[in-house]
Design a protein around this ligand. Structure first.
Ligand SMILES: [Zn+2]
Length: 213
């Protein structure tokens, strides 16, 4: 669940890049509603003592800014005087009340002005009003996947497999001469495979230098 007001909120003014960098919302039936946190995060800035509605300027009035995973921030502006009920450093849960809608700052009528930023850049929040911020991809699982792939490759070879060398070098690094078109693994020990052809042991090779036929 991620939202900023309630399910039936009304968008009074949408996002227009460079002109209006957020979305204006009011509650169901054009009522003023509680402002709730869109997603879980940490409060990084607030203001709660702004008293006036300004006919010019660009003031957010009373606002809350919350930092989320993945470089995202949400901002909630124009809240009612003294209604902001969280503090900088608070960890806020998705859906938790953070204040009440109002008309403080540069504003023509009470509403919530909602912004989303990614790495400090204001982005179009339209698709996130009723949905989660994009999932953060976790990079740290990648090296584990690589190791698993390596182990898989090791386990891929077993006694009796038909293989060919990809490099004509034996396990000790000595250059080899081709003996047959393909070989059978007659013994395997860790990364060392003994290759046999025409019922004769040909060489011991590192399994990284062989492949299945
Ligand atoms: Zn606005």
């Amino acid at each position: 669940m991620s939202r900023v007001l309630n399910k039936n909120h009304i968008v009074t003014y949408g996002y227009k890049k460079g002109i209006h960098n957020g979305i204006d919302l009011v509650g169901e039936g054009y009522t003023l509603a509680d402002v709730i946190a869109h997603s879980t995060g940490t409060v990084v800035a607030i203001r709660r003592d702004y008293r006036t509605t300004d006919k010019s300027g660009n003031s957010y009035g009373n606002y809350v800014k919350i930092k989320h995973e993945g470089g995202y921030e949400t901002l909630y502006a124009h809240m009612k005087f003294n209604s902001v009920c969280v503090n900088v450093g608070d960890v806020i849960k998705c859906g938790q009340k953070i204040g009440t809608m109002g008309a403080t700052g540069f504003c023509f009528g009470a509403h919530l002005h909602f912004e989303v930023r990614k790495d400090g850049v204001k982005i179009d929040p339209t698709s996130f009003i009723d949905g989660n911020l994009p999932e953060v991809k976790r990079e740290e699982t990648k090296p584990i996947e690589k190791d698993e792939a390596k182990n898989e490759a090791k386990e891929n070879f077993k006694v009796g497999d038909k293989v060919i060398p990809t490099k004509l070098v034996d396990y000790n690094g000595t250059h080899l001469k081709q003996y047959d078109d393909s070989y059978i693994i007659s013994q395997i020990n860790g990364d060392r495979a003994v290759l046999t052809a025409r019922n004769q042991v040909w060489a011991a090779m590192n399994i990284k230098n062989i492949k299945h036929v």
